[in-house]
Structures are given as structure tokens and as C-alpha cells.
Design a protein around this ligand. Structure first.
Ligand SMILES: [Zn+2]
Length: 91
């Protein structure tokens, strides 16, 4: 069962993380939180091997940080009730 975290995932914007920069894998989108945030959208994340902008675009289009994570993410039907605040996608 999903529980809400105190911090927003930089990829999917759901409140799904217990902290930031702890290399926790987001249960919603499978982005590994290496501390990168929207101010570094175009840096390739060393742990995720793509940029945060690409991961956010991926989540918007098919619901996972990348194709490989697609089978591991939480389906939309199970995300109900989880807090999400959309942040600006472009800076
Ligand atoms: Zn996420």
C-alpha cells in the first residue's frame, strides 16, 4: 500500500519521498532521487542516466521515469488520494 511522503518527487511531483537526495526510488515513477531538482532539468542524472526533463516528459506521456521502469511503477488507479502538486515543467 502506498503511503504519502513528506517530499515531492522531482520527476512525478507526487508527495512520495521521505527525504531528498537519499537515493530513494520513487514508488510512483521509479525515478531515483539523487537530489537533482527543477533547477537542473537538463543535467544528465548519474543514477538515472537521463535528464530530469526527459524523465518528467516520460512520466507525462506514459507514467514512468523511463521505459525500463514501466512495469515497476504504481498504476494511476492506485495513486488516488496521494497528494500531487504540479510544478512548472519549463523554466
Ligand atoms: Zn516520482
Amino acid at each position: 500500500m502506498l503511503r504519502e511522503g513528506r517530499f515531492q518527487c522531482p520527476c512525478c511531483d507526487y508527495y512520495a519521498l521521505d527525504g531528498r537526495g537519499r537515493h530513494q526510488v520513487c514508488p510512483i515513477c521509479c525515478w531515483e532521487d539523487d537530489g537533482q531538482d527543477l533547477d537542473r532539468l537538463d543535467d544528465v542524472s548519474p543514477t538515472n542516466h537521463i535528464t530530469l526533463r526527459e524523465a518528467r516528459d516520460n512520466f507525462a506521456s506514459f507514467g514512468a521515469a523511463d521505459q525500463a521502469a514501466l512495469s515497476l511503477v504504481t498504476p494511476e488507479s492506485e495513486r488516488k488520494g496521494l497528494r500531487r502538486e504540479l510544478r512548472a515543467r519549463r523554466h
